[in-house]
Design a binder for this molecule. Structure first.
Ligand SMILES: [Zn+2]
Ligand SMILES: [Zn+2]
Length: 256
């Protein structure tokens, strides 16, 4: 089954569902995971106000169900959930209520560190930047150990930022790979910045071996917000796994 586990619709910051489905069919996919941003509790970064899937997931579910009847593609009612260590109980309770087909857990911020913008790191020292990145991997290991999520999203996200790029070290990947090897959570190969700024997937392909050595497999996520991103990124991901001789996991592997 050819699947994309990570896409966004107008229920967060993505495009119309019908346009994303059209793109998925054009890209030759059999399955599409709809993973709108889901922020369970308030945070200092205003993301809860920006993304309200907590309130709209039932409406989205109706739309997905109605759409399923008229497309060949298998649609998954899923979510990209922000992982916040101090809010694991509330997150767990909400996820139980919502009953998504599967969830991607993502660290977008930890403590005072925001990993979605360069702004906080401009003018800061290398020590500060490294501390921010180390904190990120602490949170990622916490996410994996929480066993709350099926998928770990964009596992070396700080590499996306110009200011934090190069501050992720092999030991960080080793640490995450070891946690994943003991967990039900599987990482995604994320194409969110494959054609711009970063120019490669998350995680860095030169860091595949710690995962490979431990038998940790990947699902494929384009992290598309627009249909053209999906049609561009899916073939690149497919080429990448062929080159790296990786057999990607399917959505079925998440559900089992
Ligand atoms: Zn994300
Ligand atoms: Zn995403």
């Amino acid at each position: 089954m050819r699947a994309d586990v990570h896409t966004h619709t107008t229920f967060s910051d993505g495009s119309e569902l019908s346009a994303m489905i059209g793109a998925a069919s054009d890209a030759g996919l059999d399955a599409l995971g709809l993973t709108d941003h889901c922020i369970v509790t308030d945070d200092a970064f205003g993301r809860r106000a920006q993304y309200d899937l907590v309130e709209t997931y039932e409406r989205r579910r109706e739309v997905i169900e109605a759409t399923r009847e008229r497309v060949d593609l298998t649609l998954y009612d899923a979510a990209e959930v922000c992982y916040v260590e101090s809010e694991t109980d509330a997150t767990e309770a909400f996820l139980e209520t919502a009953g998504f087909d599967y969830t991607i857990g993502s660290v977008h911020f930890a403590d005072a560190y925001d990993y979605t913008s360069d702004v906080p790191y401009v003018g800061e020292s290398d020590e500060f930047r490294r501390a921010a990145v180390e904190r990120y991997y602490d949170a990622v290991v916490g996410l994996v150990e929480s066993e709350l999520f099926d998928v770990l999203g964009h596992l070396d996200l700080p590499e996306r930022l110009e200011t934090l790029r190069g501050h992720s070290h092999r030991e960080d990947y080793e640490r995450v790979a070891a946690a994943l090897a003991d967990s039900r959570t599987v990482p995604e190969l994320n194409a969110g910045r494959i054609n711009r700024t970063l120019g490669r997937p998350h995680p860095d392909p030169s860091m595949f071996d710690p995962f490979d050595d431990r038998g940790v497999g990947f699902v494929l996520g384009s992290d598309s917000h627009r249909p053209d991103e999906l049609t561009d990124r899916v073939p690149v991901l497919r080429e990448l796994v062929a080159e790296a001789d990786i057999e990607p996991l399917g959505i079925d592997d998440l559900l089992g």
